[in-house]
Write a protein that binds this ligand. Structure first.
Ligand SMILES: CC(=O)N[C@H](C=O)[C@@H](O)[C@H](O)[C@H](O)CO
Ligand SMILES: CC(=O)C(=O)O
Length: 288
């Protein structure tokens, strides 16, 4: 389960319906061109929190069908509706996903006991391993070292996708739980996280920048930090331009320039203006 996973985008048409062919093309591009080790399906990047349960299932099915056993697959099933999360956990287990992942429950201010119960409930009765998805900037949920430790006591919880800039906590986690899988979540901090010996990374920009990300990770693992830093610099030039232009929209348009029909984002996300579309294309030309 180690290595680099793309937080997979989903292709939607102008009405917001899933474009199956487009989604298959995104999957193929990630496997064949970016050569990542796996895909993280229905995360933030997949616009998961904007779609129905049926659409989530459809995406899980299409991706598994397209991938087969070529790369590893993680399914993000987390939801404020725990019944939905459990249903999806069972669904992807039956489909043969390699692991599930669940974002910490958000919006309401859940206490730690409630968060723990959420994970244990999702895992009840399903025979799959789970990666916690921690992204405090979007969820408002920060957990400390001891709380991660308490969650890790459940043997089915095998790791965490750590999307936070707290490298003190990351180092403490790595040291305290050498047998758990830790994935770096911020692509712009991949080198720094790799130096702390994370097991892999999961990122949105890998949809278009998977090759450089892989280089950063493998160079850092073999101690070639100067070379890795150069590639992180180019990567961060790219990420800055993407973030300034609109994260998911720009990545989708960059994929379009490669013949991948990544389509539109769903409302309430907005589409790129004509000017930003041109900018996205010029970013693609510069970096791809
Ligand atoms: C919210 C979100 O998309 N987070 C991603 C993973 O956790 C990252 O891959 C970021 O998109 C990326 O690092 C750009 O900031
Ligand atoms: C990793 C990330 O960006 C996601 O949740 O899709």
């Amino acid at each position: 389960m180690k290595g680099l996973y793309t937080a997979l985008m989903c292709s939607f048409d102008e009405q917001g319906n899933i474009n199956e062919q487009g989604l298959r093309e995104i999957v193929r591009y990630n496997i064949e061109v970016s050569e990542v080790d796996g895909l993280y399906v229905n995360g933030s990047t997949g616009e998961n929190f904007l779609i129905s349960t049926e659409q989530k299932k459809q995406i899980f099915e299409i991706v598994k069908d397209e991938v087969g056993d070529r790369v590893k697959l993680m399914a993000q099933v987390g939801s404020l509706n725990v019944d939905e999360a459990s249903e999806l956990a069972q669904f992807v287990t039956d489909l043969g996903y390699d692991a599930i992942s669940a974002v910490t429950p958000f919006y309401y201010k859940f206490d730690f006991e409630e968060i723990k119960d959420y994970y244990n409930t999702i895992l009840e009765g399903v025979d799959t391993k789970l990666i916690i998805y921690s992204i405090p900037a979007l969820t408002g949920v920060s957990m400390n070292l001891e709380q991660f430790g308490e969650l890790f006591e459940n043997e089915k919880i095998i790791g965490v996708k750590f999307t936070a800039p707290d490298f003190y906590l990351l180092e403490r986690l790595r040291h305290a739980y050498p047998d758990k899988l830790i994935y770096s979540g911020f692509d712009e901090m991949l080198l720094s996280a790799s130096v702390l010996n994370v097991d892999g990374a999961i990122g949105s920009t890998f949809n278009v920048n998977g090759k450089r990300a892989k280089q950063i990770f493998t160079l850092a693992q073999s101690g070639r930090i100067d070379e890795a830093r150069e590639i992180q610099k180019v990567t961060n030039d790219l990420i800055s331009e993407i973030l300034e232009n609109g994260l998911y929209q720009t990545i989708k348009e960059m994929l379009e320039t490669q013949g991948v029909h990544a389509g539109y984002v769903r409302k309430p996300m907005k589409r790129l203006s004509e000017e930003k579309l041109l900018k996205a294309r010029s970013i693609a030309e510069k970096y791809l």
